[in-house]
Design a protein around this ligand. Structure first.
Ligand code: ZN
Length: 110
C-alpha cells in the first residue's frame, strides 16, 4: 500500500491513515495474505506443480489487483496449454529428483 484508499494520503507505515484516520490494518492483512499466496505460487511453479500454482494464483488474484499476479497467471495458463513448456525439476541436471535417489547399502560392508 502506497496511499490511503480513502483520502490518497501517502502511507506512513502505520495501521491508521495519518490524515483521515482510516483503519488500514485489515487492508494490510489482505495485502500480506496475497503476497504470501504469490510466494507460494512461485514455489509451486519451481517445483513443477503447475495446476496447484494456477489455483494459488487465482486465490491471490481474488485478494489483490497486483499486475504481477495477472502476468504470472497468464504465464501459468500458457504452460498448461503447452505442457512441453512446463519445467520439471528432474529436467535440470544440477537438481536431481530426490525420489530417484536411494541410499545404497553395501552388502559387503560388515
Ligand atoms: Zn486517509
Amino acid at each position: 500500500m502506497e496511499r490511503c484508499p480513502n483520502c490518497r494520503a501517502r502511507w506512513d507505515g502505520g495501521d491508521t491513515c495519518r490524515r483521515c484516520g482510516m483503519e488500514l490494518g485489515l487492508l494490510l492483512a489482505v495485502e500480506r495474505a496475497a503476497e504470501a499466496l504469490l510466494t507460494g505460487a512461485v514455489a509451486q511453479l519451481a517445483a513443477g506443480a503447475t495446476e496447484a500454482a494456477s489455483r494459488t494464483l487465482d486465490e491471490a488474484r481474488s485478494l489483490s489487483a497486483d499486475p504481477f499476479i495477472g502476468h504470472l497467471r497468464r504465464f501459468v495458463h500458457s504452460l498448461r496449454a503447452d505442457p512441453r513448456e512446463s519445467a520439471h525439476p528432474s529436467d535440470c541436471p544440477g537438481n536431481p529428483d530426490p525420489g530417484e535417489r536411494s541410499i545404497q547399502q553395501d552388502p559387503n560392508a560388515t
